[in-house]
Design a protein around this ligand. Structure first.
Ligand SMILES: NC(=O)C1=CN([C@@H]2O[C@H](COP(=O)(O)OP(=O)(O)OC[C@H]3O[C@@H](n4cnc5c(N)ncnc54)[C@H](OP(=O)(O)O)[C@@H]3O)[C@@H](O)[C@H]2O)C=CC1
Ligand SMILES: Nc1nc2c(ncn2[C@@H]2O[C@H](COP(=O)(O)O)[C@@H](O)[C@H]2O)c(=O)[nH]1
Length: 325
């Protein structure tokens, strides 16, 4: 198996088929809806909050609300009363089952539910998928996180409508260091490996450091990418604002960090500071323009045309660089 990551792959252009990049369509279908971009902000406390979710839903972007200190039922009711879709996260513990029961009792159905745990290839996830499919069958269920083809096959067979791939490639992840496991350092090739067996959409989660990494993820099989650090440093970001030597930052911490958990137990995340780089809406527009450029370099007009391109793996030291068709 080839091992590579975002920083040592480049995609190869094909003859341009458009007169303007504005002809390139960066939108993507996920479940019953079409979204402007194949990008979703990470469901983390320092990345998004209720008001960012409302902004994203109202402006044609996908979002997944985080699951920490949130009343998912009240959130869903509020979004749907405003005519917006609801997309929530659940864990696999007793309170999460109680939340599902409340949805049923109140006759509410979030359009998207993401089962979000560190080690998603687990019986606990199988049970939660089965419970959701029995109680709220209309919801589109995303499950994860996983990092192997076996896990993707199991989650799909258990009923997941999409899988989320990425164990430890995130900027605030320390899973690799703490456990010796994961896809950190080879996330893009792990994605390729998983995509070979997937029959449903994959969301590639973690490790995106620049906008070009979105196209690389699509090339290797992602329908969408989940992005944390690139979104955490905006004026609207919910993390605390910190000033260091006159420069403004937002805090960004892992969901499995002691900052999120409130205790130091099974910690697999850390806290960093992201420089504030402006408004979220501007970044989303720039991302769309960059994905449109990627599509044009791919010689296409649609997002999935990116899947057709060849690529090179850039070798280090004496390794030859080689082209893969
Ligand atoms: N993508 C990634 O690489 C990672 C993401 N995260 C994020 O951190 C948040 C918290 O996740 P998580 O701690 O799973 O949430 P929870 O503690 O809510 O749920 C995990 C459940 O699975 C059990 N479990 C068994 N093995 C593991 C394992 N290796 N890691 C974690 N749980 C395990 C836990 O029991 P018990 O606690 O008793 O062991 C618990 O019941 C999530 O948002 C998750 O996405 C966390 C780590 C890695
Ligand atoms: N190992 C851990 N992974 C975490 C934790 N909190 C979140 N995450 C994952 O990171 C991505 C975002 O990655 P980024 O590179 O875009 O910043 C997020 O979607 C989760 O899957 C954690 O505490 N530990």
């Amino acid at each position: 198996m080839e091992i590579f990551d975002y920083d040592n792959i480049l995609l190869l252009p094909r003859k341009c088929r458009v007169e303007s990049r504005s002809e390139c369509d960066a939108s993507v279908q996920l479940g019953a809806r079409r979204f402007k971009l194949p990008v979703v902000p990470a469901n983390m406390k320092t990345v998004l909050d209720e008001s960012i979710c409302r902004f994203l839903a109202a402006n044609g972007y996908f979002y997944v609300m985080h699951r920490f200190d949130v009343d998912n039922v009240a959130f869903t009711r509020d979004m749907q009363e405003r005519g917006l879709f609801a997309s929530i996260s659940l864990g696999v513990k007793a309170p999460d089952y109680a939340t599902v029961d409340r949805f049923v009792a109140e006759g509410l159905c979030p359009e998207y539910i993401t089962i979000d745990i560190a080690h998603g290839h687990a019986e606990s996830v199988q049970k939660m998928i089965a419970y959701l499919k029995a109680k709220i069958p209309a919801a589109f269920v995303i499950a994860g996180n996983v990092g192997t083809p076996e896990a993707v096959i199991d989650l799909e067979n258990w009923g997941a409508d999409a899988t989320k791939v990425g164990i430890g490639p995130g900027k605030v992840c320390i899973t690799k260091l703490k456990t010796g496991f994961g896809t950190g350092g080879w996330q893009l090739s792990a994605l390729k490996w998983c995509a070979r067996v997937a029959t449903k959409p994959i969301i590639a989660d973690g490790g995106i450091r620049s906008h070009g990494d979105i196209a690389k993820s699509v090339r290797f099989g992602a329908t969408m990418v989940m992005v944390g650090s690139l979104f955490a440093g905006h004026e609207e970001s919910p993390g605390q604002t910190v000033e260091v030597d006159g420069q403004r930052f937002k805090e960004y911490y892992g969901s499995a960090s002691d900052f999120n958990k409130g205790e130091y137990k099974h910690v697999e995340g850390k806290r960093i500071l992201e420089p504030i780089k402006g408004l979220l809406a501007d970044t989303l527009i720039e991302m769309e323009q960059d994905v449109q450029s990627s599509i044009s370099y791919a010689g296409g007009t649609q997002l999935m045309d990116i899947r057709k391109v060849n690529y090179v793996i850039l070798g280090g030291g004496n390794d030859a660089e080689h082209i893969l068709m």
